[in-house]
Ligand binder design. Structure first.
Ligand code: ZN
Length: 276
């Protein structure tokens, strides 16, 4: 089996000491391709560098998270545009609206969101979306841009049935994280999962955030890692009444098509000896 983690914040400082080991552990748990989330202009450059140093295995997104929207100025758009032209950058974002934390003023969030949808449309690359407690505005903005976007994924979907139906109507893909594994707040997601068409579902850890709560044993650091993606997948497969193999097959196919990922390179093997 193979897995693809479509959202891992591997440039996060909590990985500074052991990033290479984290990537190796992911690989040994069959998580063979990872998309490193860019959440700021600097963070997106760092994500790109990381992707360049792991060709075929790591990819990056380039964008500014709504938390940092007030830092994004028009003067920085050419840099974002340039990042989006790099082959290792496979999506625009993470971008969107977050009225739950409201860390940037809403007007700044809306402006940064529209700028990035515009850049995504120009680049021909899909967009990696974040939304929390901002559904109405989010959907209203997206409706204006959707026909110009190659693809769009609502990352870390945690909302309810109405939101899901609105997203599906907008032809969004849905990213599912270990939020599902939280017995206190993930229950509604288990009932919604069977409503997601198999060709729209992708998996992500959102590491280092959202360590699955039912993981045994839990790492002492409480840090989430891409190697726990199969644990999330097992919860997804159980909620949908599928085998793990079925879940791996279609979620990988979706991620490869959505982000236009190359097929996973086979491990180097010695060429067969030619008969004497
Ligand atoms: Zn997010």
């Amino acid at each position: 089996m193979q897995w693809i983690d479509i959202g891992a914040n591997l440039t996060h400082e909590s990985f500074d000491r052991d990033r290479t080991a984290v990537i190796a552990r992911a690989r040994s748990h069959d998580v063979q391709q990872l998309i490193v989330t860019g959440a700021s202009v600097i963070g997106s450059s760092a994500a790109l560098e990381l992707a360049i140093s792991h060709p075929g295995e790591l990819f990056a997104t380039a964008g500014v998270h709504p938390h940092y929207a007030s830092h994004l100025t028009a003067a920085e758009l050419p840099e974002l545009r340039q990042l989006l032209q790099q082959p290792q950058v496979v999506a625009a974002g993470e971008c969107g609206l977050d009225y739950y934390r409201d860390l940037s003023p809403r007007a700044a969030q809306l402006r940064a969101f529209e700028w990035q949808l515009q850049l995504a449309a120009e680049s021909g690359k899909p967009v990696f979306l974040h939304q929390r407690e901002a559904h109405q505005d989010f959907v209203a903005v997206l409706r204006d841009y959707r026909s110009r976007l190659r693809g769009a994924v609502a990352h870390c979907f945690t909302a309810g049935q109405q939101e899901l139906e609105d997203y599906l109507a907008l032809e969004l893909s849905i990213g599912i994280t270990g939020w599902l594994c939280d017995e206190r707040r993930g229950g509604h997601l288990r009932t919604l999962l069977p409503r997601i068409p198999a060709d729209r579902l992708m998996l992500e850890t959102d590491a280092p955030y959202l360590l699955p709560r039912d993981l045994v044993p839990k790492p002492r650091s409480r840090r989430n890692e891409p190697m726990f993606l199969p644990h999330v997948a097992a919860a997804v497969a159980a909620a949908r009444g599928e085998t793990l193999q079925q879940c791996a097959a279609y979620t990988c196919a979706n991620a490869r098509a959505f982000f236009a990922l190359p097929p996973m390179a086979l491990p180097e093997t010695a060429p067969p000896a030619t008969p004497g």
